[in-house]
Design a protein around this ligand. Structure first.
Ligand SMILES: *Cc1c(COP(=O)(O)O)cnc(C)c1O
Length: 489
């Protein structure tokens, strides 16, 4: 074995090899971007041919140079380019350059966040970042948090903490020890009908089932309807059901709408329920000095999901769940002799596995530590405000255009609209036209936009996370969509 070429170690030839491979990679990456498109256009069948290799585990290794050349030919040109201003399909962001450098650092040292002895400096960075995040979102002493694989896991973690807290405090029942209480089918959590599907998925995984999740209607602004929520809670109580959790969405996935936090907080207080804020999308609004009042009341919630791989433009993955009462993390603590001994805590060694559903876990907190300091309040405020103002521009433009219908005024940075039925000859025909336009954009124009359903009809979606998107860009895309719509009829 050529030992010096296996890892980065304290030997000159190992360091030289590390640099050579990293430099070649950086060169290949920058050279692979030769136009502005979001996607080169191949269909699934074409891609299957591109990625095919005779033997993924050849008898003798091909060596890095040969594999890099395959990467160059088969893979790199076909990546979706999230940093293109022609990409606006999902809450899926481009990654800032300094945060990509942070990925290299955390992969090079490959720390694991479960125990202090696997991640000494990384553990202390995560603790520090979590402390600063709790303060930034307005939590006081006693708050805590942990990094997770994404918003779905952050939500699931919060639901577990809420469930166990409620059963301990209100039903005097320890789920951790005994499993679900006998009357578990009566437990109810409330969330809007357009909240993220991780609510139902979590309810299923936690043994509560979809029936535990009460879907609350939304109003014309796509926010949870308070009167309907109150009625649903009263009806459930009258029927002997047990409301334990309310999940507010702070930035719905499609529309970016924000549920009324202060009113929801009062309702939770009055009913002894936990209030969780799924701010996977809207958490980034905190950085906009102009618009951060839109998420006022977030600090009232018992827990908050924050996704850094959406508005914060960090590489996947980076997410955290913050909790007002850090003691509730006890639900996830279980001691293992080899990992998180109780005496460690007494001596000041933190083993973060105590708060996490994961064991081996990435050092994603480093990216936040780097990103926040690199661009500062001003830099971040400009990024977030720009994308919010772009959405406002697009909304005003489409609202006044007879060829389009737009669903609702954006509160964050997403605009959902469609080529209008009047223009396309009826609702069903308009659905087909809108679908065809999106497909044509991907394969013929390298433009990737979103598609969803609102009020039963197919809609198109621009998710404007990329602050480099200009108004001229939006104007020209709308003209292209208008033209493709006419051709698709
Ligand atoms: C994206 C999103 C999630 C899921 O987050 P992941 O990081 O993709 O797991 C949850 N809730 C909302 C509102 C989202 O937009």
């Amino acid at each position: 074995m050529e030992t010096s070429k296996l890892f980065l170690i304290n030997q000159d030839d190992s360091k030289a090899e590390y640099k050579r491979i990293m430099e070649q990679t950086v060169n290949a990456l920058t050279a692979s971007i030769t136009d502005d498109r979001a996607y080169a256009g191949p269909t699934p069948d074409e891609l299957k041919k591109h990625v095919y290799v005779d033997d993924i585990l050849p008898e003798n290794g091909l060596g890095w140079d040969a594999v890099l050349s395959r990467l160059n030919n088969q893979i790199l040109p076909n990546f979706l380019r999230t940093s293109s201003t022609d990409y606006m399909a999902h809450l899926h962001s481009p990654a800032t350059i300094e945060s990509i450098a942070s990925e290299l650092i955390l992969s090079t040292f490959n720390q694991s966040m479960d125990s202090w002895d696997q991640s000494p400096v990384a553990t202390e960075v995560e603790l520090e970042v979590v402390k600063k995040l709790c303060a930034m979102y307005g939590y006081g002493d006693g708050a805590d948090g942990v990094f997770t694989s994404g918003g779905s896991q952050s939500n699931q973690t919060a639901i577990i903490l809420a469930r166990d807290w409620f059963c301990n405090e209100k039903l005097n029942f320890d789920i951790k020890k005994h499993g679900l209480p006998e009357n578990f089918r009566k437990l109810r959590m409330y969330t809007s009908e357009i909240s993220h599907f991780s609510m139902e998925k979590s309810a299923h995984v936690l043994g509560l089932g979809y029936e535990c999740v009460v879907k609350v209607p939304v109003d014309s602004r796509k926010k949870m309807d308070l009167a309907a929520l109150k009625q649903l809670i009263e009806k459930d109580k009258a029927e002997g059901n047990i409301p334990f959790l309310l999940v507010a969405t702070v930035g719905t996935t499609d529309f970016g709408s924000i549920d009324p936090l202060k009113e929801l907080y009062d309702l939770c207080k009055a009913n002894g329920m936990w209030l969780h804020a799924d701010a996977a999308y809207g958490s980034g609004v905190i950085l906009s000095q102009k618009y951060n009042n839109r998420i006022a009341g977030l600090n009232l919630c018992d827990s908050i999901t924050v996704d850094f791989h959406k508005m914060f433009l960090l590489p996947i993955s980076s997410s955290a769940v913050l909790v007002k009462n850090g003691k509730t993390f006890d639900a996830l603590t279980i001691h293992a002799d080899y990992l998180n001994r109780e005496e460690d805590e007494e001596d000041g060694y933190t083993n973060l596995v105590d708060k996490s559903l994961q064991t081996t876990r990435r050092f994603d907190a480093l990216k936040v530590w780097v990103a926040f300091q690199t661009r500062g309040k001003d830099g971040w405020s400009e990024i977030i405000s720009t994308s919010m103002e772009n959405a406002q521009y697009l909304y005003q433009k489409l609202k006044n255009d007879k060829d389009f219908c737009v669903v609702t005024e954006p509160e964050i940075s997403s605009v959902v609209f469609r080529l209008s039925s009047a223009k396309c000859g009826g609702d069903e025909q308009a659905d087909e036209v809108n679908k065809k336009v999106r497909r044509s954009l991907i394969h013929n124009h390298g433009v990737v936009i979103g598609q969803t359903v609102s009020d039963g009809r197919v809609h198109l979606k621009f998710t404007l996370l990329n602050p480099l998107i200009t108004r001229q860009k939006l104007d020209s895309l709308i003209e292209l969509i208008r033209k493709l719509g006419t051709e698709a009829k």
